[in-house]
Design a protein around this ligand. Structure first.
Ligand code: FPP
Length: 248
């Protein structure tokens, strides 16, 4: 896989927020906002691929979203199903590797089965990685990893003093992936909402008032330009970061 061009984040994570409000402001049902949001997903995947992003992680359905009204959950599941069917060729023809993070076993079979099939079919693709966060929660992910370690300690396989950040990271859905460089949230809210809590430790955060259904390639390019102008220090001084090749 080619490296992302200079200034382009290697791994972009997006909290696609504002579908419901976008629809309600237009007197439409919330699901109309999600439908328009799915179009924004298509645009954004294409733009990221063309701009040279290596990995794009989209927060499509949180663990907490299961508690939304049943008709909204059903509509979101239908949209995911449609996405997998309608974007199959776009994904395969463009060497995109589709993957997921989250408790996908909870998804209904009519979504899970074609989704898993497309994941398998695209697994060896070497273009951009597209990760859909589905039934995902950052805290739940950490609990899962820590519980795995606790079982290994209880079984006498692991010394508690040997537990370090790598051990926790190995139990995350994203084990072995580069951490997100840029996390974008649309629609004006300024919070992480349980998304990639561990992985975002050094992510650059970018908040835009644009609601997700209206998010365009130009908005993405604006976020990338903002990202390119930042100095990433990872806890070092500015001078040290420069010497280490990071930042400006
Ligand atoms: C948040 O907006 C968005 C979601 C909970 C769902 C995101 C889903 C899509 C963009 C479409 C389907 C996904 C794919 C990958 C095809 P919100 O409903 O919380 O908005 P609000 O804060 O305005 O109510």
């Amino acid at each position: 896989m080619a490296s992302a061009p200079v200034g382009v984040p290697r791994h972009v994570a997006i909290i696609m927020d504002g579908n419901g409000r976008w629809a309600e402001e237009r007197g439409l049902p919330r699901v109309a906002g999600h439908r328009e949001g799915a179009r924004a997903v298509n645009r954004t995947v294409r733009a990221c691929r063309e701009l040279g992003v290596e990995a794009l992680t989209l927060y499509a359905f949180s663990e907490q979203n299961w508690a939304r009204p049943e008709d909204e959950v059903d509509a979101l599941m239908q949209l995911l199903h449609d996405y997998v069917h309608e974007e199959r060729f776009e994904i395969l023809d463009n060497a995109i590797r589709l993957t997921t993070i989250g408790d996908v076993a909870r998804l209904p079979a009519f979504v899970r089965i074609p989704l898993e099939a497309l994941k398998a079919e695209s697994a060896n693709n070497r273009g951009m990685t597209l990760a859909l966060a589905l039934s995902y929660g950052g805290r739940e992910e950490l609990v899962r990893s820590v519980r795995r370690l606790a079982h290994r300690v209880a079984a006498g396989e692991l010394d508690p003093d040997a537990i370090d950040a790598d051990a926790i990271e190995d139990g995350l859905y994203t084990a072995g992936w580069p951490a997100p460089d840029l996390m974008i949230r649309t629609s004006g809210e300024v919070r992480l909402s349980n998304f990639l809590l561990w992985q975002a430790a050094y992510a650059e955060l970018y908040f835009t008032p644009v609601p997700w259904p209206e998010f365009q390639r130009t908005d993405l390019e604006e976020a990338f330009a903002n990202f390119a102008a930042r100095q990433r220090r990872f806890g070092l001084t500015g001078t040290q970061a420069l010497a280490a090749g990071g930042g400006r």
